[in-house]
Design a protein around this ligand. Structure first.
Ligand code: PEP
Ligand code: MN
Length: 264
């Protein structure tokens, strides 16, 4: 069902009031790795509004390698995040980690993100197939393109056709970067599926200085949008600071992305 052979026209995700994710347009989603406090959310929203960005990302349930790392503010944090975004017309993109979180999160979530560690959590995918909210499905840490498409099939076949795919880098033998952003996946996915393809250069390379070139490369390769991490003080971020852009860096990247997109 997610194949271009089955549906030729690209899937458009409509968020109302003129906001949509659509092939041929370009969507920017940005925000911190983790939601930390009100002040952080307010400063990030101000940055996004100045740049004309309408989607804010931020995790409140964080999948951390170590159980002793910051694991997020949970549902209370999500309510605060959502209320502040809603007041400014910004849509909330946030990760859902397990089935039991879907119902309590739903009133405060505009896009359910499925993280790379959950791409093959088939029970979670089944349940998201029943939800009437867009889903951003990330590629698994060591997942193939076909595995990503089969995971998408779980959600789509369950009845939720508001689905976007996300290339966020895969684990390879390379140690110079956190992951290897698979730019190859972009044209391959665009040919194989009608679903929008969003690229996450932050997790894809994991090194702040190289996020911008990878974002620009993703656009030229045909991505429909970008999701990346930004924070007022990246070095103080609760998670993923090393790959997080400061606001001036984020602003510079947005300006370049806009130019690059018109070149495509
Ligand atoms: C994130 O977006 O902060 C995240 C945990 O991403 P991923 O699932 O791609 O590692
Ligand atoms: Mn992160």
């Amino acid at each position: 069902l997610v194949s271009r052979k089955w549906k030729v026209n690209p899937t458009v995700i409509d968020f109302g009031d003129g906001l949509r994710v659509k092939e041929g347009e370009f969507t920017i989603m940005a925000g911190p790795c983790s939601i930390e406090n009100e002040e952080q959310v307010e400063k990030t929203i101000n940055h996004l509004v100045e740049q004309g960005v309408r989607f804010m990302r931020g995790g409140v349930f964080k999948p951390r390698s170590s159980p002793y790392s910051f694991r997020g503010l949970g549902l209370e944090g999500l309510k605060m995040f959502y209320d502040m975004c809603r007041a400014k017309g910004i849509k909330v993109v946030t990760e859902v980690m397990q089935v039991s979180q879907i119902a309590p999160m739903e009133p405060y979530t505009d896009v359910f993100q499925v993280g790379a560690r959950n791409t093959q959590n088939f029970n979670l995918l089944d349940e998201l197939g029943k939800v009437d909210k867009p889903v951003l499905l990330k590629r698994g840490i060591s997942g193939t393109i076909d595995e990503l498409l089969y995971s998408a099939e779980y959600i789509f076949s369950g009845g939720n056709e508001k689905l976007m795919l996300c290339e966020r880098g895969i684990r390879t033998y390379e140690t110079a970067s956190r992951n290897t952003l698979d730019l190859n996946a972009i044209p391959i996915l665009k040919e194989k599926t009608h679903l929008p393809v969003i690229v996450d250069p932050s997790h894809g390379i994991g090194i702040r200085e190289y996020v911008e070139p990878m974002a620009l490369a993703a656009i030229m390769a045909g991505a429909d949008g970008i999701i990346y991490e930004t924070h007022e003080k990246p070095e103080e971020a609760a998670s993923d600071g090393a790959q997080t852009l400061s606001f001036p860096e984020s602003e510079r990247m947005i300006k370049k992305m806009q130019k690059t997109f018109t070149l495509r």
